[in-house]
Design a binder for this molecule. Structure first.
Ligand code: SF4
Ligand code: SF4
Length: 88
């Protein structure tokens, strides 16, 4: 029997023809780490896959690619993520 390795699809944001999608943002998610329980829901649900986990398992947003859609703030069970007006 041929062994087929398990494949896990992982999408990583890259610079495309539109460039860094963070430029589209008009609102910015800001994480209050005092409220974060490290549940990782924001990581799982971010449609741009722009949230990585730090070594201490706290989430960190890559603002180069975060579009400011607010999904992470919507799914966060502890309301640790606040959407604030982007200042450029
Ligand atoms: S605002 Fe949207 S794109 Fe940005 S980190 Fe949250 S879920 Fe991801
Ligand atoms: S969804 Fe909220 S509580 Fe869960 S890891 Fe993200 S910021 Fe932390």
């Amino acid at each position: 029997m041929i062994k087929v390795p398990a494949l896990i699809p992982i999408a990583r944001p890259k610079i495309g023809s539109a460039g860094k999608t963070g430029l589209w943002r008009i609102q910015k998610p800001v994480i209050n780490y005092d409220k974060c329980t490290k549940c990782r829901l924001c990581v799982i649900y971010c449609p741009e896959n722009t949230i990585d986990l730090l070594e201490n398992l706290l989430p960190q947003i890559d603002y180069d690619y975060c579009k400011g859609c607010g999904v992470c703030a919507q799914v966060c069970p502890t309301k640790a993520i606040e959407m604030v007006r982007e200042v450029k």
